[in-house]
Design a protein around this ligand. Sequence first.
Ligand code: FES
Length: 104
Amino acid sequence: MKPEKKHGAVPVSRVRLRSAEACCAARGSGQVLEALRREVNARGLEDEVQVTACSSLGLCEHGPNLVIYPEGLWYSGVTPADVPEIVRSHFQEDSPVERLRPLR
Ligand code: FES
């Protein structure tokens, strides 16, 4: 049986935001989302890792946030420069990037 596919979601919608300045989109989540898609494809993980945008996760002041299922694990304050480490460490080495997990 094939293992369950992992899923990374990045909020890019401004729906339910209190202020545009505080939202993930205003802090560059769109660039994080594109970097994540590129890195997953570059490493040939597109059949194992599904990347989607989502609406606000409710912790806007810590964004851009990334939540990964099935673990339910969050990364916060993510930049495009963090994405290669996340993909390599989390998805390929099964080792979370602890420095991006201030909300544990
Ligand atoms: S917009 Fe990212 S958590 Fe609210």
